[in-house]
Design a protein around this ligand. Structure first.
Ligand SMILES: Nc1ncnc2c1ncn2[C@@H]1O[C@H](COP(=O)(O)OP(=O)(O)OP(=O)(O)O)[C@@H](O)[C@H]1O
Ligand SMILES: [Mg+2]
Length: 287
């Protein structure tokens, strides 16, 4: 459903003192490969600045990966729903993108449209819903993200966290078969974070026979493991580990075990049990 092979990305070097990736640029992705199958639910986890948002933007064709010197052949490949996002025909790419919902880290709302218009615009352009159906979805989602009162407000009238929640509602509004959420809960209180995670889960569950593929990028270990069994763990532009987090937390490399474990071992025991942490891990840290 989503496949990245050996994807590299270098941004033109500007600031001095940044890790330099050779020819005057900063190599932010150093060969990223992973595959998501239809209906899979996956967390893309890694520390701030490791390249998660860049991976997502490349996966949906918003940002091109690096090319070889001849400028023709990309070093890696990016396919979404079997369509090559950088060589496929424009019509094919447009068709596959209509099945994708993406909530950006910064909201990325149209700032000249109200909240209501932002959601309707997505539904009108990407679905065949009737106006009455759109109205129902709009009301349901805005209430769900606790923003029912913002329908006629413009993005600049909302806080950053509110804008992100509108972005999440917009991504859910089109019932996409591939839904991607970049830091959906960053900066939100625990209650709202849980509501948002549940809404994303419901989206995954609500399409029998044609399962949705869900990808959440986060730097928060707890969010990542609550969201999905499979975690793709990145650091400094490479995939460090990819697999069921209960295996990684017990049998991953030292760095992997430390990164996954360090935030969890301070948790309340009952809460930790609720996360279904492996028994060996619970025994080792809570005695
Ligand atoms: N358009 C850009 N131009 C130059 N550098 C960029 C650009 N976008 C991202 N970067 C750099 O790429 C690196 C990875 O950024 P990215 O946003 O992908 O990380 P992230 O893992 O999503 O971080 P966070 O957890 O803070 O959201 C950072 O060093 C960032 O400065
Ligand atoms: Mg990011």
């Amino acid at each position: 459903m989503i496949s990245l092979k050996s994807v590299k990305k270098t941004f033109p070097g500007s600031a001095s003192g940044l890790a330099s990736g050779g020819a005057g640029g900063m190599e932010v992705l150093r060969g990223i490969s992973f595959e998501l199958h239809p209906g899979e639910r996956v967390s893309l986890l890694g520390p701030g600045g490791c390249g998660k948002s860049t991976v997502l933007k490349i996966a949906v064709g918003l940002l091109p990966p690096d090319k070889l010197d001849d400028g023709e052949i990309p070093r890696g490949s990016v396919t979404l729903g079997n369509i090559d996002m950088f060589h496929g025909a424009a019509a094919d790419r447009a068709r596959v993108l209509r099945q994708v919902g993406m909530a950006f880290q910064q909201g990325a709302l149209f700032d000249f449209m109200t909240v209501r218009e932002n959601l309707l615009f997505a539904m009108e352009n990407m679905t065949t819903m009737s106006p009455a159906e759109m109205e129902g979805v709009l009301k349901g989602l805005l209430t769900g993200v606790k923003l029912g009162h913002t329908e006629s407000m413009f993005p600049y009238e909302l806080s950053g966290g509110m804008q992100r929640r509108v972005g999440i509602a917009r991504a859910l509004a089109t019932s996409p078969s591939i839904a991607i959420f970049d830091e959906p809960t960053a900066g939100l209180d625990p209650v709202t974070s849980t509501i948002i995670l549940n809404m994303i889960h419901e989206l995954g569950a609500s399409q029998a026979g044609n399962p949705r593929t869900l990808l959440v990028a986060t730097s928060n270990v707890e969010i990542a493991i609550r969201f999905a069994d499979r975690v793709i763990l990145m650091n400094e532009g490479v995939v460090i580990a990819d697999g069921p987090w209960r295996d990684l937390i017990l049998h991953g490399s030292e760095w992997v075990r430390h990164f996954l474990g360090v935030r969890l071992i301070g948790l309340d025991l009952d809460y930790a049990r609720g996360l279904n942490l492996p028994k060996e891990f619970l025994n080792a840290h809570w005695g």
